[in-house]
Design a protein around this ligand. Structure first.
Ligand SMILES: [Zn+2]
Length: 74
């Protein structure tokens, strides 16, 4: 862990390294729970995935935006 690592806030939109295996192959997810476990919702299909914090840190590519509120998905 380095000091240049981005810190994430609840409801941040992030791009993941690997696309979600859904129809749209979405890479953008919104953080809907942030703790020891991180829950992210795919902005393409609306499905939620739970990762432990270590897995999340490994798989996240970058922060896209900080909307500060839930985004409505399909
Ligand atoms: Zn998806």
């Amino acid at each position: 862990m380095s000091s240049s690592e981005p810190s994430f806030l609840l409801y941040d939109v992030v791009e993941m390294k690997r696309p979600h295996p859904c129809k749209d192959r979405g890479r953008l997810f919104q953080i809907v729970r942030l703790g020891a476990d991180v829950k992210i919702t795919c902005l393409s299909c609306g499905r939620t995935i739970m990762l432990d914090r270590g897995h999340f840190d490994e798989r996240v590519k970058r922060k896209v935006s900080s909307p500060g509120a839930p985004i409505k998905t399909k």
